[in-house]
Design a protein around this ligand. Structure first.
Ligand SMILES: *Cc1c(COP(=O)(O)O)cnc(C)c1O
Length: 351
């Protein structure tokens, strides 16, 4: 049978109500790419795989949860969805809502959303509203408005988002035929780490696939789970994880503890260095937030706190590099201009 998306493939394992009517863009089924060059660079002697979630239909893992949340809403004839977003949730909600013939409203923090994400939300037809405040302010507002009006909230506090996002853990176990030893991933609002941990635990109960240790990584300027308190003005180039008060923070800490893993912080320069390294060593270009998991892995290996030797490590790369091209081009030297003459080209290439 041809692939029909995550609800068709794994719906029987998800806690979603019977009225759910699938709205899919054939999300999921993303590649698990072995990254030998990068593993070698980090000291070698371990197997490293990239779960390339940037290859989902709207360019981020959010599509796995969004197909579940929008399908549930569509099945009970909801007409409008709303979310607060640092960008990727907005694009995903807008795309799935359009596919279902529903209206989408997205609230974004003013001026802090990467170009490719804003463009996506607009292209898919969302009503985009900028809030003169942070993501956390926007989230508070969508919770309030959905408590008052019949509009469906599709942020990851919607339980069906978590159900859909568990499917990535299932896919990893299906491909590796067990859970990896370590899973590293970026942590923002903490829905994804919650979903992975729930997914791995469920598969382990069903199929004895084992459990990974989970390394969650926040950006140093937006690291409430590392600091132990909310961050009033979170700041980081990794805009997808620029969140000071994670909605599922408690569950993230629980996942780290239960798995005998941890949550750490990586600086913006460590994140951007890893973004470049991954692109240059493996040909995989991800947006900055998506490199945070790997940046954290590199920090832990370098400091001797994580011995990866002989282990299987999966790094979740959550969103595509094309979402945020400005971060690459803003500091780059303009490519040289030469006349259309062979000798000029030879001089430049051969010196
Ligand atoms: C949403 C997002 C994250 C953070 O996921 P949470 O579930 O909020 O922790 C990380 N990276 C990218 C690219 C995202 O879009």
């Amino acid at each position: 049978m041809t692939y029909q998306g995550v609800l068709s493939k794994y719906g029987h394992l998800l806690d979603i109500p019977p009225h759910t009517r699938p709205v899919t863009l054939l999300e999921g089924n993303t590649p698990l790419i072995q990254a030998d060059n990068l593993s070698h660079h980090l000291g070698g002697e371990f197997e490293l795989f990239i779960k390339y979630e940037g290859l989902n239909p709207t360019g981020s893992f959010k599509d796995r949860g969004m197909t579940a949340a929008v399908s549930e809403a569509f099945g009970r004839n909801a007409t409008t969805v709303i979310c607060a977003s640092t960008g990727n949730t907005a694009a995903s909600a807008a795309a799935y809502a359009s596919r279902a013939g529903m209206k989408s409203i997205v609230l974004i923090p003013q001026g802090k959303v990467a170009a490719g994400k804003l463009a996506g939300a607009i292209a898919y037809g969302a009503q985009v509203i900028q809030i003169d405040g942070s993501f956390d302010d926007a989230l508070t507002m969508v919770v309030e408005i959905t408590n008052k009006h019949p509009i469906c909230l599709v942020n990851s506090i919607n339980p069906f988002r978590i159900e859909g996002q568990k499917t990535s853990a299932f896919e990893i176990c299906d491909v590796l035929e067990s859970a990896p030893d370590w899973l590293c991933l970026p942590v923002g609002n903490a829905g994804n780490i919650t979903a992975y941990w729930a997914g791995f635990k469920q598969y382990n109960q069903l199929k004895s696939t084992g459990l990974p240790q989970v390394l969650g990584v926040q950006a140093a300027g937006a690291a409430p789970l590392v600091l132990g308190h909310a961050v009033e003005n979170p700041e980081t180039v990794a805009t997808a994880i620029r969140i000071g008060k994670p909605a599922r923070g408690e569950q993230a800490l629980q996942a780290a503890e239960e798995s005998k893993g941890r949550i750490i912080a990586a600086s913006d320069s460590q994140i951007l260095d890893m973004q470049k390294l991954l692109a240059r060593l493996e040909g995989i270009w991800v947006e900055p937030a998506s490199a945070a998991g790997l940046a954290g892995l590199a920090i832990e290996i370098a400091s001797g706190k994580l011995n990866a030797k002989g282990k299987r490590v999966v790094a979740v790369c959550t969103g595509h590099g094309l979402k945020d091209p400005d971060i690459i081009t803003k500091d780059m030297a303009k490519p040289r201009i030469v006349p259309p003459k062979l000798d000029a080209l030879e001089e430049i290439i051969l010196g």
